[in-house]
Ligand binder design. Structure first.
Ligand code: PNW
Length: 596
């Protein structure tokens, strides 16, 4: 416990327990480290925690294995063949909006590289490919007044090439590149967008629907609403009405999604026999201190304001009570006449509820939450009343917001099962980035995919979560929105300084295609398996570990540890020497005192 620390008095506490020296009873409170040390003693060391152990087993026979991209991030051809401008063309051409002023004018030039893109998919052996359609490429001014057949033809060529390679297209109808012409009349803030989105998707179903069985209406409504219209760091880059605009946009996104789901359901489903849903993204959130009720509550609010904002109306009906209550109370307390969160009519609640064929889910990372009081400030973060940080023991990635934390994946999949009535889930994105010098030996990515997909397997086999498919983000390095080409999520490397933009496989391609061939993780104890390279499960990945804040392989970390030990011994030796020297001098002094 904390105690009298010699020259430092009670200022410095070495204790596993905090002692309150201002209280005459001297109460002791365990610190987090006491809980930690208790576990070390209980476990007599450091056994691999259950949630980190590999589970061997397989996914459903008809499991869908996919990888994803989005139109603005890969296509280029920003003005080719009559394409109209999107809000991302405008945003990226505004100085200082995108890192290094990168833009998607050419990107990976996928508009001209159908063959190369399909070749990569074949190498991966995926069963599905998730890509998005650029609305202004097909409808340059956003409306069906003018259909750009040349643009539409690109998607025909891509879909035909996929089907010829026995790969099923999984099409996202809206992945953030709104026609600028529609933004000019208010974009997602203007309710008339709902009818426009319906017209556009009606056209796509009627032209491509006989070849496509998997659809996503909207990708990540959270990012469109809050990042694009609240924080303003994604197109259209609006940040001056953070208290109201994200909620208005979110409201229209939900209605637009529901209308398109009904359109497909009533007009196309019987004939085209596909499935359609929305893709919702969310981090998992843990309490910063698992022993503090305030932190537990904050973590719940973070999840309810993130995944719940959109999932609750679609899967359960209406916004969650948490969001409705908090936003109304904070709005009224600030003197506003009503809640900043718009209300659905009872008819609207019914119209939106149940508009899914599966739960499309994007997931990357886990955060730690704690309560934060924002006083009278009126915006999303203040409504949520929580701050988030990353656990410093998680491995880093190339993106500041993304820390490697596989266990959270299983937890949030279980949350979806419990909270939304065990819907079938297709994971529509999951992946990791790097930045800096190019290294095709991307062990962090192999590690990430192996560990995250294994958590999905645990959710499926051990917890009974109804997972139907998995999609790796991303097929290739591409324009990572406001961070440009500096953050690379690809299984394939795309050299942006070579005008031919060649695609080169990173090492993780082998790992991902092995998991696909095996449809999971075969038990090595069961002997050689045809799905594995050379028939056996030699370590498919190298485990990166963190050492003094650096990412190292296990052997490098061992070397580092040995060197540190050596230095420590030298240092200790030095301290001991000087200490005995002091003692010696003290003794000598004492002796001379006695003598004198
Ligand atoms: C998703 N965050 O966006 C998008 O759907 C992709 O287009 C994108 O490239 C991919 O994830 C990687 O970022 C996100 O800050 C962007 O938490 C940022 C966050 C989450 C998702």
């Amino acid at each position: 416990m904390d105690s009298f620390e010699w020259l430092n008095g009670y200022e410095v506490g070495f204790g596993l327990h905090h002692v309150d020296f201002s209280n005459t009873n001297r109460p002791r409170t365990p610190k987090y480290s006491a809980h930690f040390y208790y576990n070390v003693i209980k476990d007599n060391g450091f056994p691999t925690p259950d949630d980190e152990k590999m589970l061997y087993g397989h996914f459903r026979k008809d499991f869908l294995w996919s990888t994803a991209t989005a139109s603005y991030q890969i296509e280029g051809g920003w003005m080719s063949d009559g394409k109209g401008l999107s809000i991302w063309d405008k945003f990226a051409h505004t100085p200082l909006r995108v890192f290094d002023d990168d833009n998607g004018d050419v990107a990976c030039d996928s508009y001209n590289k159908v063959e190369e893109d399909v070749a990569m998919l074949q190498q991966l052996k995926v069963t599905h490919y998730r890509f998005s359609i650029s609305w202004p490429r097909v409808l340059p001014d956003g409306t069906t007044n003018h259909i750009n057949e040349a643009g539409l033809n690109y998607y025909h060529r891509l879909v035909d090439a996929l089907l010829a390679a026995n790969i099923q297209p999984h099409i996202t109808l809206y992945h953030w590149d709104l026609p600028q012409a529609l933004q000019n009349v208010g974009g997602w803030e203007n309710e008339t967008i709902i009818a426009k989105f319906k017209d556009y998707t009606d056209l796509i179903f009627s032209r491509l629907g006989h070849k496509v069985k998997f659809w996503i209406t909207i990708n990540e409504p959270y990012n469109i609403a809050n990042v694009g219209h609240g924080y303003g760091v994604a197109a259209p880059g609006i940040s001056f009405r953070p208290g109201t605009l994200p909620y208005i946009v979110g409201h229209n996104l939900l209605k637009a999604h529901a209308e398109v789901w009904h359109l497909y359901d009533e007009k196309y489903r019987a004939k085209q026999k596909g499935i359609i849903s929305i893709t919702i993204n969310s981090d998992w959130s843990e309490p910063r201190n698992p022993y503090k009720q305030e932190d537990i509550d904050a973590a719940r609010r973070v999840v309810q304001f993130y995944i719940g904002w959109f999932a609750h109306p679609i899967f359960n009906g209406d916004y969650s009570d948490t969001m409705k209550t908090i936003i109304r109370e904070r709005s009224l307390a600030a003197g506003l006449p009503k809640s900043r969160l718009p209300e659905f009519t009872p008819e609207e609640i019914q119209r939106i509820k149940g508009t899914y064929d599966y739960f499309g889910f994007n997931h990357y990372t886990t955060v730690l939450a704690f309560p934060v009081e924002y006083g009278n400030l009126q915006h999303y973060d203040a409504d949520r009343g929580a701050g988030t940080i990353a656990d410093r023991t998680y491995l880093d990635s190339g993106s500041s917001w993304l820390k490697i934390s596989p266990f959270g994946f299983r937890k949030i999949l279980n949350f979806i099962k419990e909270e939304y009535g065990n819907p079938p889930i297709i994971i529509t994105e999951n992946g990791v980035s790097e930045r800096g010098p190019v290294d095709l030996n991307d062990i962090h990515r192999s590690y990430y995919y192996e560990k995250y997909i294994n958590q999905v397997l645990k959710a499926y086999l051990l917890d009974g979560v109804d997972v139907r498919g998995y999609t790796a983000w991303s097929l290739m390095d591409n324009l990572e929105w406001a961070t440009g080409f500096s953050e690379r999520f690809g299984l394939f490397y795309v050299n942006q300084s070579d005008p031919k933009l060649p695609r080169v496989a990173k090492n993780s391609v082998k790992l991902y295609s092995t998991i696909i061939s095996c449809n999971g993780f075969p038990d090595p104890a069961l002997g050689p398996n045809d799905c594995l390279p050379e028939g056996k499960l030699t370590q498919i990945t190298v485990t990166p570990v963190k050492f003094l804040g650096m990412k190292l392989s296990v052997s490098d970390a061992e070397t580092g540890l040995n060197i540190t030990f050596a230095l420590l011994i030298v240092a200790l030796f030095g301290i001991l020497c000087s200490f005995s020297f002091c003692l010696f001098r003290r003794k000598k002094k004492l002796a001379s005192n006695i003598v004198s």
